[in-house]
Design a protein around this ligand. Structure first.
Ligand code: ARG
Length: 457
């Protein structure tokens, strides 16, 4: 395709280091779509005659059918997907194939193809995240009243509900989806027609090709159009943020499934056994989601390192943009599917969660709050009094609600029998009615809000 000024062909090593076809063949659908938009516009602008336009269009459709049926046969000598398509077109329709590349460079071509691919990837991720949110909402509703310990420092802090805990992830995923939507809106401009870097002397209609490919508008600067990879970085940043959230839930499942916790039994479908320890049941899927989040962040770092310091406009370093994006996308899609499956099928153990919630004097704050409310004690003083009650219960090896009233009154005479109404874990959770708090009534209201926002109610 470019041999005119060369006397000799490339060495085998040159061929191998130069070739991107092993990975960029994933762009074939986008490459053919962009070529069809380009050649239709060349015809409308009378840059290429309509007979050739039709021959090229029909040839591209045939290539698409071939690739759909048999995949793309790789030939390292043809470097990349763009040259594979064009060379096959030449085999199919002969010399008119040579008119397709009028007023176009592989630089604007690859930027266009890759944007189209990332746009599709965002739509696929968004569909996966929506299904994940629905799975979380269903389990949250089922467990709106299920008491579990809430932790800080991974120490039992205050009782919460499992429904409230799962709804925290619905919020995180809502933000992830909004980051992907922002990335999509920002990247939806067409580089096609920027040509190699400077634009072209042909009378192109860039608005027409942009519209045909579903872009909002053509990019305004030809140098930026061929050298920008912000769209891929925006995708990777959103992907890394989302993977981080999935990793936190994966980590919680791993902890919850561990025997000393026993809050959840992961189903067989998402567990594996040990080849030596017959009793084992390991949360491998969750561990791999946790691991994949690190690799996805590595993909983001990889492309940032590729792009930093590149002078305008195109440099071949930029061919390295695709592997990290493809890798991150595949890992993220699997991670979303795995976490959705785990949430849908996890067998939660409300008995174990409730028992753990009661341990660790988790309703001590409720006792202090009762002193403030019922006996008008300043909170700092109430904290001190409650601390003494906790110490007394610890010495006796009993729960706070098992202490004798007489003993509590010896600690502070303002305590009366109505204090026992607030010391159970159910009472504690039920009293947290502030907006966004863990009271089951509030959790149900937030579930309804979230469903309405998804258009599900
Ligand atoms: N395979 C190349 C890439 O992925 C296409 C652009 C090549 N352009 C060039 N001038 N060599 O970036």
């Amino acid at each position: 395709m470019w041999g005119g000024r060369f006397a000799e062909g490339p060495s085998a090593v040159m061929r191998e280091i130069n070739a991107s076809i092993p990975f960029d063949k994933r762009l074939w659908r986008q490459d053919i779509a962009a070529s069809k938009a380009h050649v239709a516009m060349l015809g409308a602008q009378k840059i290429v005659g309509m007979d050739d336009v039709h021959a090229i269009r029909d040839g591209l459709d045939r290539i698409a059918a071939e690739y759909e049926a048999n995949g793309v046969a790789e030939d390292l000598a043809l470097e990349d997907i763009h040259m594979h398509v064009e060379s096959r077109l030449k085999e199919l329709i002969g010399p008119p194939a040579g008119r397709l590349h009028t007023a176009r460079s592989r630089n604007d071509q690859v930027a266009t193809d890759f944007r189209l691919w990332v746009r599709d990837a965002i739509d696929a991720v968004d569909a996966g995240l929506l299904a994940f949110q629905r799975a979380l909402l269903a389990r949250a509703e089922e467990h709106a009243d299920t008491v579990m310990p809430g932790f800080t420092h991974l120490q039992v802090a205050q009782p919460v509900t499992l429904g409230h805990h799962l709804m925290a992830y619905v919020e995180m995923i809502r933000r992830d989806r909004s980051r992907f939507a922002d990335a999509r809106a920002r990247m939806n401009e067409s580089p096609l027609g920027a040509a190699a870097l400077a634009g072209t002397s042909f009378p192109l209609d860039r608005q027409a090709t942009a519209a045909a490919l579903g872009f909002d508008r053509p990019m305004a600067n030809s140098l930026d159009a061929v050298s920008d990879r912000d769209f891929a970085l925006d995708y990777l940043m959103a992907a890394a943020g989302c993977a981080l959230h999935l990793s936190r839930l994966a980590e919680e499942f791993i902890i919850w499934a561990s025997q000393p916790f026993g809050f959840v039994a992961l189903p067989d479908a998402y567990s594996t056994g040990s080849s030596i320890m017959p009793q084992k049941r390991n949360p491998d899927a969750a561990e791999l989601v946790r691991g994949h989040s690190g690799r996805i962040t590595g993909c983001l770092t990889s492309l940032m390192m590729t792009m930093k310091g590149l002078p305008l406009a195109y440099s071949k370093d930029m061919q390295d943009d695709k592997p990290p994006v493809f890798e991150a996308h595949d890992l993220l899609a699997l991670s979303i599917a795995a976490m959705t499956g785990m949430v849908e099928t996890a067998a939660f153990r409300p008995d174990r969660m409730r028992a753990a919630a009661a341990a660790g004097f988790s309703t001590a704050t409720d006792l202090a709050d009762w002193l403030v409310r019922a006996a008008n004690v300043p909170f700092r003083e109430a904290h001190e009094i409650t601390g003494k009650a906790v110490r007394a219960a610890e010495e006796k090896g009993c729960f706070l609600w098992e202490l004798d009233l007489a003993l509590l009154q010896a600690i502070d005479p303002r305590i009366d029998a109505s204090v026992f109404d607030v010391l159970s874990v159910e009472a504690s959770v039920g009293s947290r009615t502030s907006f966004g708090g863990t009271a089951p009534s509030g959790v149900r209201a937030r579930i309804a809000d979230a469903r309405a926002a998804l258009g599900d109610s």
